[in-house]
Ligand binder design. Sequence first.
Ligand SMILES: NC(=O)C1=CN([C@@H]2O[C@H](COP(=O)(O)OP(=O)(O)OC[C@H]3O[C@@H](n4cnc5c(N)ncnc54)[C@H](OP(=O)(O)O)[C@@H]3O)[C@@H](O)[C@H]2O)C=CC1
Ligand SMILES: N[C@@H](CC=O)C(=O)O
Length: 819
Amino acid sequence: MVRVLKFGGTSVSNSENIERVRSIVKTIEQQSKSLVVVVSALSGVTNALASAVKSTLEGEEDYKNPVREIEHRHFELIRNLFPIHNQSAIIGSVKQEINKIEVLLEGISLLSEATPKTMDKVLGYGEIMSSYIISEYFKNKGMDAILENSKAYIITNSDFGNARVDFDQTNRKLKKLFDKKSHKITVMPGFIACNSLGETTTLGRGGSDYTAAISARVVGASELQIWTDVSGIFTANPKLVRQAKPISKISYEEAMELSYFGAKVIYPPTLQPVMDGNIPVLIKNTFEPNAEGTLITSKGADTLNFVTGITHIESISLLTLEGSGMVGIIGTSKRFFGVLSNKNINVKLITQASSEHSICIAIDKKDAQKAKEIIDIEFAEEIRSSIIMPSQIRANQTIVAVVGEGMRNHQGLSGQIFSTLGRNNVNVVAIAQGSSERNISAVISEVDIEKAVNSLHESFFEEDIKQLNLFITGVGNVGKRLLEQIERQSTYVKDYFRINLRVIALSNTKKMYFSKNAIDLSNWHKTLEEKGEPADCNLFFEKVNKYNKRNSVFIDNTASPDIASIYNMYLKESISVVTCNKIACSSDYENYKELKRLSVSRHASLLFETNVGAALPIIDTLKNLMASGDKITEIHAVLSGSLNFVFNNFNEKNPFFEVVRQAQKEGFTEPDPRIDLSGIDVARKMLILMRESGYKMNIEDIQNIPFLPKKSLETDSIETFFKTLEAESKYFEKMYADARATNCRLKYVASFKDGKAKVGIQKVSQEHPFYNLEGKDNIVLFFTKRYSEQPLIVKGAGAGADVTASGIFADIMRVGNLN
Ligand SMILES: NC(=O)C1=CN([C@@H]2O[C@H](COP(=O)(O)OP(=O)(O)OC[C@H]3O[C@@H](n4cnc5c(N)ncnc54)[C@H](OP(=O)(O)O)[C@@H]3O)[C@@H](O)[C@H]2O)C=CC1
Ligand SMILES: N[C@@H](CC=O)C(=O)O
């Protein structure tokens, strides 16, 4: 078996890495008949040579400095690799090449010009030196290696900088070389070649891969191995998508599609020779030689995955030409693309609607202005006659592409792509799909790229695990408990529900803190306190928006009207809202409706189960009744946990004001307990129930019958409020005694009957279903068209920070399951 191995610049960048390369070559040599080893220049050397030319042209006095650095690097490498008695001969040979570079630079300096021919000559020295040192090292380590200069075998035309290979001559020469089979290992410099006059040429981008691919084809290699610094082609760029993983098997076409779109592991045109020879290509990591890598064959993956990878090209501009003057006119596209081609402008993506009214192309950002100028000149006549508009440029775009052999003839994938992007509020500006159906590309704004690639990756490769990014405002009684629950349960939720909960931001009234990754919840308090910036709810929104994370959820654990007033901003950006704050859903009906509308139109959840009955499934039950076509006819309920607690506990021994204080301490009341005792909290809850039952109501439509003395109702602070409650103790004692005298209990009841809703205190007798409602419990009786005789009843703890937090948790899980 003959194998061809190519090692890139990073793989040969220093002595340690070259020793790795030797060890890899040694192992593979033992399993092969012979090896061809193609090497790149030491990493950075080709660029250093180019910058030496640049400094020379710019007339810099010390233009030879980069060459001295190159010399130093190579000499240092030799000293590290070879025993002292071998060093001087090798250093001497490398010095000769360095001298040649200096002579060339002197010529460039004298002439003040560097033609492409001269450039190729200079740039080729990187590979000449690296291949020489590596072949000597192999020999020194007892390996049967020989250095062959690619220039003698790879023959090209004279397109310096990007020369085209003359395959007839090259095949003949290489064949002759390999037929000799004089040594087990043939080391060759990549990238360089020569024209028929013997002048140095280079093979352009990916040149060393190309040298290796051509050699593999000519020797009929059983495999081409590309050794680089990553463990293969990944399902997405791992710098952007943490969950990206190497693809074990892939077809040539898929590899080309992915590589073209930025997976820079291999340069697509270099695959052609191996594709023609049906030679498998194995991408391996020099730094993790045991990693499986990616095998590229004509067959691709054994299992038919629909999608193989997601990739993208940055720095794109879209250019659109439109107008009625294009419709049905034969030759328009020829002119359009002709001028672009004449100016060497590469078109990366094309879309044209069947109306022929416009053509839209994606090109490199650097070409955009030039392209606009030449297109506008070409169509100047039509533009003057206003039948075509001047071309338009949309800058700062990115192409994101979903690639896979298995996408062919498989329906639903484009739906999945675009609904994933849509749900995450990623606007798609243009779309292209070739008839190969192997690639679906979308042009999106570059600010959305991270979110787009991550959400697509999640949708196609992590369907069993979804990431929810949580932005939390309010870390008081309820918020604190929520954070505890998230910290405690996140592993369980990941394992059993496949949802990865990540808290990205926290805020209270004083500070807000954002983290690129999940905040460590064992220490959140300190982090917020010490690292937080001043809190500002509008800035908080802007930052959430800017973070632009997929599956973002804003969580409101405050009782703040300011926070409630900006839910629309989140929903408009397709950010879900989970809230225990009742203010938004009990605000003006039009606002409530608008939030609901936004939630539907922007595919963002708006969930507020805890607005009524804390974690009890009251709103969810109501939604299900309504969805199934039932009609709510009557509601009777106790909806205040704190008032139920108060009326269950105050008596002749426990004064009213003390029990209210206790309810506040236990976390049953609103941050401002006057909201509970004035009946406002229950009225809000009732209003929310009425609206969710389909009734168009406002807070004035809920009759609120107060039971507090006027003085208590009119206080301007919580402390004075408690003072009035204490001062009015007799009043409350009498209320209690009156109820007792008739064997009744006091309950704060909300009811809806005959189209009217009201809240207020009631004396309930022993037979009443509310009589035995214990502690801080809530109860709701729904009478509906279907539940007309016996009501549907929901009952249980209706207040308390822990239960409320669990209700918010449940809403978060709902977002995860819906998205
Ligand atoms: N307790 C219960 O049983 C139930 C409560 N709820 C609801 O839960 C919500 C929270 O109650 P609770 O936890 O007891 O209240 P707390 O007063 O204990 O906590 C409120 C939190 O919100 C923060 N906050 C308030 N306003 C702002 C603002 N403008 N910007 C940023 N942060 C703000 C506070 O910050 P700071 O700490 O700086 O003041 C605090 O962290 C209320 O809306 C309540 O109706 C719903 C159902 C049941
Ligand atoms: N304060 C409320 C709890 C939150 O909704 C109550 O007492 O029921």
